[in-house]
Design a protein around this ligand. Sequence first.
Ligand SMILES: [Zn+2]
Length: 147
Amino acid sequence: MLRARMMLRGLIKHCPRCGCGGLFQSFFTLRPTCLRCGLRFDREDGYWVGAMTIAVVVTMLLFIVVMAVVIIATWPDLPVVPLIVLGIALNTIFPIVSYPTMKTLWLAVDLAYFHPEVMREAWKVPQSGNASVGSSASAPHSDQEPS
Ligand SMILES: [Zn+2]
């Protein structure tokens, strides 16, 4: 249940831990930490390879589905040139446009499956602006380096 909630938060580019939006400074640039819960996003060198992997897999699956639908719908008179143009466009534009979403989705996957201690702490993060609870909720961030 919590993992599904974290994945949904990642899919809408919100913090998987607390659900806070506004994680991006620009279209591609994540803030260093979540504005509400303080979760550090760039956790280690090469961390975003997971996001790129998700982007590649989703793009390949989307490409296969779109090609299959077009081929089945137009068989036997395949529109070869439009298919090639569509395939190239799909494989270049979709990964770029979806990359921010893939980043927050990867964050959710990483937290839910590889850092369960952070997942458990997600329940303790306040959903409202309660300052006293919010200050205690920032304490369990043992995965973060002090700055
Ligand atoms: Zn957060």
